[in-house]
Design a protein around this ligand. Structure first.
Ligand SMILES: Nc1ncnc2c1ncn2[C@@H]1O[C@H](COP(=O)(O)OP(=O)(O)OP(=O)(O)O)[C@@H](O)[C@H]1O
Length: 761
């Protein structure tokens, strides 16, 4: 529908009204900030004049006065930062107060109501709502309905009615740039405009163009556990972050950012997504990675391998003598069979026989083995193993203490009677030292009975593994796994695949860390967690709502992943769990999307956004030097075309370092090879497994030649790397024969996965 001049004038008039109110409120906040600043300066001046400096010689009154000044300053600071945050929100509002409108006639009502939707509510002094926050219940209509019947859910129940107009706006710097009416869903113009842009450093909000299927997930509160499966670029991470913003808005009196935790693949990714919530006027939630959490919890002396070092090993060490043993170890430790064995073992340790002895001190019985058994098997039986043992230890110590004191008293009395010439202090020292050896023996017996040493427990499990076997088919490999694991543990090495079971044992037998403050857990890249990791997360966050978002086709680690969501369905009760599917990809152009779909083994019916672009460029080179030369030209070419981010994706970290050393003096380029590095999205060289979750305007796959991505296990890694591209995808490869032809190779790249998959090992 064409917007005529009258409508354009009307809309501009309304924008003026809204902006006037927004500026009034912004000025109010600015004045308040200024006032708070002045008050702060005044209080600091008073502090200086009335107290001046303070030192240890200052008297108590001075200290008390000083502390009350400090309290006032702290309070002022808190209020100031609160108001400053609101001021920032209004600054964003005056830039672009709303992006959408719909007119709605509620059933039983004759008059249509206009609803303008923006990033935040704007309410004037008469309590008229000029703009509705996109998260308000009624705003849902904007995302869910076209012209015609519509409804929304609110605390009063379902409100039904008719949508008679839907309009979208582009307002920048407070000016209406364009607007259009749409009978259709939010698609086409705004979406195309958003997706066609060049991407810079950080992820952006998608509030103006959230799609219906995405909105359903963002606002879902029906189910405690949500599993979201969606293809590459379908908006899973965006949804996760908008869901957090929604929850913070909806439950603002009960939920704050500290009550929400997001598990993401690495720190780079955390950095990459860290702008979205602030853009929406919210503070970031707790961001962590499973590894970070695990390494903190496993505070043992063993050298803990990093997840990405394991990935690098899997990809680069195929020729090493122990490679197959290690892979076998990873596969087995990530299997459901192994998880079941661990569960059986945990139950066995918790319920099994415990070897208790009588405790004597100075020939007196402190506590008998029967009494200890009574405590362990009856009185404390409901507690976890660690808590039971801790309590028993405390009980023995409590009973032992008066006996020790009495003995010391007895010996020191004797020493004093002996008239040895020693003073009281010396007598005491001597008395204590005379019982030291006996006490040491008692303590070591108490230690033996009550110690909770997770490494020892894990070793014990490995040594006895065969007793807990569920499936006899694993019998053959169990000895090899056992020897391999024990050798590494003895050498002080804790492989990543051993850390997860160790953490599981620690959590199920030990003390569960306090996580009751966490009300919502978000797990992004959910495909990369093993069933055992889900057991851990489930136990840790039993009271929380958990949203898991992933793509089974992007399992970058062929041996360590969820496999299928059925593998974890037993954890989550059916009636409180929902699996939701996203079916459309937004990131890449049609041509790139079509190409990447072909890499997958299974035909997919998922759709992609109709955004035309260049065909992916697949080029063979006979020497690596030529690839480097080509990349130097590409970087210049694509930068001149206005693309801001270029990702040169190598298969491994080793390759990334090699490429960097060849390019660093020729173009401005950075490497991201460590997950703790800051994400600067200009021209970067990055290993495939670290690029997951990220996106670039231009992706150059450094070398997809025969040596790289050449086995079935690397198909999904290759797919994940290629799907990082928004606008341009170049796949370069070293060709083995001079006669290779570009077209042939394109065929070959795809065929190598489709026709003759080679299985590693
Ligand atoms: N409704 C939308 N409107 C505009 N852009 C969108 C929308 N949904 C997704 N996008 C864009 O598509 C791209 C991919 O989104 P996102 O990274 O959230 O997808 P993903 O499913 O997590 O991807 P992957 O699994 O491949 O890492 C981003 O640039 C995002 O801004």
């Amino acid at each position: 529908m064409k917007i005529n001049d009258y409508k354009w004038i009307e809309e501009n008039k309304w924008l003026d009204v809204v902006l006037k109110e927004a500026y009034r409120q912004l000025d109010e906040k600015r004045e308040l900030c200024m006032k708070l600043r002045m008050e702060n300066i005044e209080i600091q001046r008073q502090l200086w004049e009335e107290i001046g400096s303070i030192s240890i010689e200052s008297n108590l009154d001075q200290l008390v006065d000083f502390m009350s000044f400090i309290d006032i300053i702290k309070r002022q600071k808190r209020t100031y930062s609160f108001i400053k945050k609101i001021e920032k929100k209004y600054e964003r509002i005056v830039e672009s107060p709303y992006f959408g409108r719909f007119d709605f006639i509620e059933d039983g009502n004759n008059n249509p109501e206009k609803y303008y939707i923006g990033i935040a509510n704007l309410i004037n002094n008469n309590c008229d709502i000029l703009v509705y926050d996109w998260r308000a219940p009624v705003s849902s209509i904007f995302y869910d309905y076209e012209i015609g019947e519509g409804a929304y859910n609110c605390p009063e129940g379902i409100i039904k009615g008719k949508v008679i107009l839907k309009r979208q706006y582009k307002i920048s710097n407070g000016k209406l740039e364009y607007m259009f009416d749409s009978n259709l869903k939010i698609d086409d113009e705004i979406l195309q405009e958003v997706l066609g842009r060049s991407c810079d450093n950080r992820m952006k909000t998608i509030v103006t163009s959230i799609q219906r299927e995405q909105n359903k997930i963002i606002r879902n509160e029906e189910y405690k556990y949500l599993i979201v499966q969606g293809p590459a670029g379908s908006g899973k991470t965006s949804i996760a972050l908008h869901r957090v913003a929604y929850l913070l808005y909806k439950h603002r009196n009960k939920v704050s950012p500290e009550n929400i935790i997001i598990f993401s693949p690495n720190r780079i990714f955390n950095d990459y997504i860290s702008d979205v919530l602030p853009q929406l006027g919210e503070d970031n939630m707790i961001q962590t990675t499973f590894k970070e959490y695990m390494h903190k919890a496993l505070d043992c002396e063993l050298k803990k391998e990093d997840y990405y070092d394991m990935m690098e090993y899997i990809l680069t060490s195929k020729d090493e003598p122990c490679y197959q043993k290690r892979i076998q170890n990873i596969k087995f430790k990530s299997s459901i069979e192994f998880a079941n064995m661990l569960k059986k073992y945990a139950a066995y340790v918790a319920e099994g026989e415990k070897d208790f002895n009588d405790i004597y001190f100075s020939n007196k019985l402190i506590i008998s083995s029967d009494e200890l058994k009574e405590l362990y098997y009856n009185d404390y039986s409901r507690l976890s193993l660690k808590n039971r043992l801790d309590k028993i230890r405390r009980r023995i110590m409590f009973l032992l203490k008066p006996h020790v004191e009495e003995k010391i008293k007895e010996i020191s009395g004797k020493l004093a009677d002996d008239n040895s010439g020693m003073d009281e202090e010396e007598i005491m020292k001597k008395a204590k030292s005379s019982i030291r050896d006996e006490l040491k023996d008692v303590h070591s017996e108490i230690d033996r009975m009550t110690k909770f040493e997770i490494v020892e427990i894990y070793k014990h499990f490995i040594e006895k593994m065969e007793l807990f076997l569920v499936n006899k088919t694993s019998e053959k490999i169990i000895d090899e796994v056992k020897i391999f694991t024990m050798e590494n543990l003895k050498a002080g090495q804790l492989y990543y695949e051993d850390q997860i079971p160790m953490l599981y044992l620690k959590i199920s037998l030990g003390e569960l860390p306090k996580t009751s403050d966490i009300k919502y857990v978000i797990i992004d890249e959910a495909q990369d967690y093993t069933p055992l990791q889900y057991e851990i997360l489930y136990q840790l966050f039993k009271h929380a709502n958990i949203t898991m978002l992933g793509d089974l086709n992007q399992a970058i680690n062929p041996y360590m992943n969820v496999g299928d969501y059925n593998n974890i369905s037993h954890l989550f009760p059916k009636d409180s769990t929902c699996i939701m599917n996203l079916t459309k990809s937004y990131r890449s152009t049609m041509e790139i999307a079509k190409f990447t779909r072909k890499i997958l083994k299974n035909e997919s019916s998922d759709e992609f956004i109709e955004r035309p672009g260049d065909e992916p460029l697949i080029l063979g080179f006979s020497q690596e030097e030529e690839i480097n030369k080509r990349i130097i030209e590409d970087v210049e070419k694509y930068k001149n075309k206005g693309y801001k981010s270029i990702g040169i994706i190598t298969r491994t970290k080793k390759e990334a370092n090699d490429v960097y050393s060849r390019l660093k003096n020729k173009i401005f380029v950075k490497t991201i090879i460590d997950e703790n590095e800051e994400f600067k999205n200009d021209v970067v060289i990055i290993p495939s497994y670290l690029a997951k979750g990220l996106e670039f305007d231009v992706v150059i796959i450094y070398n997809a030649g025969d040596g790289n991505y050449n086995c079935e296990e690397e198909r999904l890694l290759f797919y994940t790397a290629c799907t990082r591209a928004l606008h341009i995808l170049c796949v370069y490869y070293l060709k083995n024969s001079q006669h290779s032809h570009v077209q042939k190779f394109e065929h070959h790249i795809l065929e190598k996965f489709l026709e003759k998959p080679k299985m590693a090992g």
